[in-house]
Design a protein around this ligand. Sequence first.
Ligand code: LLP
Length: 373
Amino acid sequence: MKQTPFYHYDLELLDRTLQAIKAAIGSHSNYHVHYAIKANANPMVLERICKAGFGVDCVSGGEVDAALKAGFAPEKIVFAGVGKADWEIELALKAGIFCFNVESEPELEVISQMASEMGKQATIALRVNPNVDAHTHANITTGLAENKFGINIELLPALVKRAQSMPGIKLDGLHFHIGSQILQMDVFETLAYRINQLLDQLSLEGFRPTHINVGGGLGIDYENPEENPIPDFAGYFETLSKHLNLGAGQQLHSELGRSVVAQCGRLITKVLYVKKGTVKQFVIVDAGMTDLVRPAMYGSHHKIVNISSTGPEEKYDVVGPICESSDVFDKDIMLAETHRGDYLAILSAGAYGEIMASQYNLRKLPGSSSTLE
Ligand code: LLP
């Protein structure tokens, strides 16, 4: 076994997931997926996604850089984010990316000015806050009027006019993203209706976007990952194609992140100690919240399995070594009888796992591999 803790990526499952997305898109040649690189920027993972022909959605200069280095074509890169710094805008303009997803009027002005100074026009989409409840965890809900993201829908028509009059701007699309880990398809249906209304309204005012970017958000099965390794891409694209009224020449773009990579990654960790308390048995592992922060940060549940033992099951709390009481992977779970030296796998950790790792407590960052040996 490699040095633990490390992320183990099943690249064959990733390939099958990418094929499933393509199959779900089918003959819709006007549908384009930009993988949300924030979910996982491991070079092994990016290589497969790039080879499969997907574009990429970035939210920082660092991500734009990583996408270019991984070989993604600039004309398939979108760049979102509520606070783009000047150097990041400059980097993206120089690279000639497909589109900036713009989140405010002052940002629009800065991009227009910088593009004009470079003798360019920046292609942009306005990010609309559609005020749709994603029915997901509060920390990952983004499409409500009270969230910091996007432009309030009421303020949009005036901003469309402003954008159309700016010399450095080519207004091409509208962008939406309402949240993450969305499993109810009716949420996407509601989003589609909201977009249709808005398109009708804007068309009366003479604006017809070439592309509609619906963002990401499709959820995965954290409870039964082994039974459901591939998310419901068919249901997702069917919902959109059925309910979103696209006209001739209009394109649908989406920014799937979690659903692309979550199930192909698991965190492998070694058991350091099994500690018996008076009311609990603790399995203390060498991975901590610094390696996978989701349980501590969002109270997320990741299925854990002991891959070394086949003994009878016992009840344990699985905890890390960090000096924080929130450094707990799960409580009161059943695991095969566990001993020092066993290896545990924390499943569905390919998205927002390795990429969110930190060095708190001056720990090493986790490694990664496509094999266990
Ligand atoms: N597009 C935009 C503008 C986004 O903000 C996000 C995610 C995505 C696309 C991709 O969404 P996905 O398909 O992955 O749901 N760290 C959290 C998730 C934060 C998501 C942030 N934005 C977690 O571990 O659950």
